[in-house]
Design a protein around this ligand. Sequence first.
Ligand code: SAM
Length: 461
Amino acid sequence: MKTNFPASFSNRLQVQMGAEASTLLDALSTTSPTSIRINPNKFHTPVKLEKVPWSSHGYYLEERPSFTLDPLMHAGAYYVQEASSMFLEEVVKQTVDLTQPLRVLDLCAAPGGKSTLLASLLNKESMLVSNEVIKSRAEILAENLTKWGAPNVVVSNNDPRDFDRLEGFFDLIVVDAPCSGEGLFRKDPNAINEWSPDNAHLCSDRQRRILMDVWPALKPGGVLIYSTCTYNPAENEGNIQWLSEQTQLEALPLEVDPVLQIKEVEAANNIVGYQFMPHLVKGEGFFVCAVRKLDGEEWQAPRKDKFPLTPTGKKEQAEVSPWLTDERDFFQHYENILALPVGGNAAWGAVIRELRIVQAGVLVAEIKKKNLVPAPALALSTIFRKDTFPTWELELRQALQYLRKEEWPIDREKDGWHLICYEQLPLGWVKRIATRFNNYYPLHWRIRMELPGELPGTGLL
Ligand code: SAM
């Protein structure tokens, strides 16, 4: 069935694209493809699936399964991500030296599609600050990043203008800006109802504000990657051209295989953006453009600053350090023990001091009445040493019951902490006490959906 689009949207596309506009509008009336991106640190490559051509770990599924009913998703084995936006990988690889230790900011990060991708690309010495301005969305972002398990991530809840406290700090800033969402019309019909020319105009103004607010936090020579999910030039290349008129930057064109049919869009000052169009690619509407900052001063670590967190006591440290595969420094924040990269270096200190932190590094355990309670984030972390706890492998239905915070018969002999796994991937903790066990899956993460009599699969196993 053909979708009805606002006349002013169709008319603008007509002016923008000529005859091609009707082909795009036809494509927007079809079903959108379903795609996932595998977590290479947790899961194997599903060889039988069709690959997303511009992504190392992206795959299309033939139909959309119930992801909620797949424990693998809750274990962080993959992230459900629209295929076009996986192109961020290629943009980063072509514009940034990933062998260097990098400080990276994902400014508009919730729910975490780009951040989980960035976390998989960065090396062990790098740091990702994943920020979201809306508090409730920052919590969802933290949940998704915890499940992804990358250890060098900070989740913050700040307004873009707060980043002026970290002037010249970041090597790479990704701004995946809130936009008029034209590229999501097919996936989310609500986006059509919310669209209006006035709203698109407001979006463009807001994007300019966001860009100007965060620009000082980029170091000289640093790269800014700007993306949206709209076709509106005033929110895309128009904004980057505007930025080039306000600041000192150079455009960073990419090498893109013409076979992929990604459209190049140009603006003044040599700006080249890359536009994904659903009538040409198997994915939604997505725009991305990269530029390099040419001026400004690089952040210097303040000489005398004290690290803002207190090291954990020796006893606790001796208990938790064997739980991790990598050497880490441990800090205490109220009753929580956090694992941060060794050296507690000044950059981590600055981020923790200057931003409103939701979480930082790996939350390893909570100290409760002098005992250590292993944290859900420990079980899900990619630096967790699984063999340090007894494991309890569950089959599909039981694993879903665990994720619903239900109970099932006790068949462990020993009291104490057990790591719950599905297909060998950790999901979380239970504690057996005599004839019962307590389910320690976080209440706010639990699956609320009733389990059907027959459980469908995702075809990934
Ligand atoms: N990067 C995310 C991903 O890949 O999953 C999607 C980000 S979404 C396109 C834009 C985000 O910007 C939303 O989470 C929204 O809450 C946030 N946002 C809204 N207004 C903002 C503002 N004024 N400044 C910064 N971020 C804002």
